[in-house]
Design a protein around this ligand. Structure first.
Ligand SMILES: Nc1ncnc2c1ncn2[C@@H]1O[C@H](COP(=O)(O)OP(=O)(O)OP(=O)(O)O)[C@@H](O)[C@H]1O
Ligand SMILES: [Mg+2]
Length: 413
């Protein structure tokens, strides 16, 4: 039994558990109990995720039951055994916290062994593979894989974060626990602000350590939005951007795609290495421009670069934002310049700025605004709802676009 973790400050209890199992058992460092699973996993010295966590209630009843509850909800692959002499008193609370057994503080080795055996049986029954929550990612380009949607633009400030956050909450509402949003603007990501979140963990924490090795642990590091959307927020400071390696990022996105039906990625302006890594896994590319000459020309160049890189997307969605009848540009002008059809035009909207400032995406706000309606249409493009806009992307200008389901780099098979 080397898959047990002890959370107790009492040395004699540790010794008895060791004697009962016949081997050393990892224990958390002495001190207050971790607030939740993610904090607990960060304390693991060898990084091995336990199947049973033994929590000593003498460290604090409330903290012990809170940790047990969160492990039960967030990590169904882990069983909790409580050490306490107040079993009768705690009964209902412990049951509600999902505790699988309560052993007295003076239990002998046999009692401990039996409790651990029972707990291991419980956890293995609940989750044979020891990880995941059984969610069906589905719908991706490869069977069993979620659908990866990236929102990109060559220029800054054109509405990528606005669109990515609305798209993500729209998809999350269409199906509970289906969607994760990743802020890939490593230096100045503002997804957390746009959703009014205060993340405890960021992208930096999930591309390394135990979260990078175990998908169940990874999920405990995600920030939860009230809609059920899971979010990987950007690093706390621009200096931390260097801590996110491209290979580690690819691994993270692959894991998320195996756990969620939709992975929505907000990106930084321009085609950075990290954005290119995301594009390699992207099923649906949302290309964005503002309705002005520099923006539209920038998009034309981006399309050329993607074509030169041999990157083609069958599911590509060109969106023009900040449309304004006074801009002097029409949809046809934009289409003529970029050499391809525009799929959606979003109007300039006062409510958009207000919603960003309040941290409430337009799709969740009460505001009646033309942009909200258009954003709903955008969400419908990705859901199987009957409202889905049937219009396919128009034929593309140059060779290399369209016709291929997955993007490929030049020279790839
Ligand atoms: N259609 C719109 N009408 C009016 N304001 C908008 C519209 N779309 C976005 N905005 C506002 O424009 C600003 C920039 O939008 P956003 O942050 O989404 O752009 P971005 O492309 O993500 O920027 P960056 O490249 O800096 O990350 C925000 O204040 C947002 O509220
Ligand atoms: Mg942004």
């Amino acid at each position: 039994m080397n898959n047990i973790l002890l959370a107790t400050d009492f040395v004699d209890l540790r010794d008895r558990f060791r004697a009962a199992t016949g081997q050393p058992i990892p224990a958390l460092p002495p001190g207050p109990l971790p607030a939740g699973p993610a904090q607990l996993f960060q304390l693991l010295e060898d990084g091995a995720v336990p199947e049973v966590v033994v929590i000593d209630e003498r460290s604090g009843t409330e903290a012990a039951l809170e940790l047990a509850t969160r492990l039960n909800v967030e990590c169904p692959g882990i069983a909790v055994v409580l050490v306490s002499d107040r079993a009768a008193e705690l009964g209902l609370g412990a049951m509600r916290a999902g505790v699988s057994d309560i052993v007295p503080t003076e239990s002998d080795e046999d009692e401990i062994r039996q409790a651990l055996d029972r707990a291991l049986r419980v956890t293995r029954q609940r989750s044979p593979a020891g990880q995941g929550d059984g969610a069906d990612p589905g719908q991706g380009s490869q069977s069993g894989r979620g659908r990866v949607l990236s929102v990109v633009s060559p220029k800054g400030g054109v509405g990528k974060t606005t669109i990515a956050t609305n798209l993500a909450v729209g998809l999350a509402r269409s199906e509970p626990h289906s969607t994760v949003l990743v802020d890939l603007d490593l230096q100045f990501g503002d997804v957390a602000n746009a959703l009014n979140l205060s993340p405890e963990h960021t992208l930096v924490d999930v591309v390394q350590g135990v979260a990078a090795r175990d998908s169940m642990v990874l999920k405990t590091f995600l920030t939860q939005h009230e809609t059920g959307l899971a979010v990987v927020c950007g690093p706390h400071s621009p200096a931390e951007a260097d801590l996110v390696g491209v290979e580690e990022l690819t691994h993270l996105l692959q894991t998320l795609a195996s756990e969620f039906r939709y992975v929505v990625i907000d990106t930084a302006p321009a085609l950075t290495d990290h954005t290119l890594a995301a594009l390699d896994l992207t099923d649906d590319l949302v290309l964005l421009t503002s309705m002005d000459v520099p923006g539209v020309r920038g998009l034309r160049k981006e399309l050329d670069i993607l074509r030169d890189l041999g990157m083609a997307f069958e599911r590509r969605h060109v969106v023009v934002n900040f449309a304004d009848t006074h801009s002097g540009l029409t949809r046809s002008d934009v289409e003529a310049t970029i050499g391809t059809g525009v799929d959606l035009v979003l109007p300039r909207s006062r409510a958009a700025a207000v919603s960003m400032n309040q941290g409430v995406p337009l799709l969740l706000s009460e505001a009646r605004d033309p942009m909200t309606k258009k954003l709903r249409h955008l969400v419908d493009r990705f859901t199987p709802a009957p409202m889905r806009d049937p219009r396919p992307a128009k034929a593309t200008a140059g060779p290399g676009f369209g016709g291929r389901h997955r993007l490929r780099r030049k020279g790839a098979q």
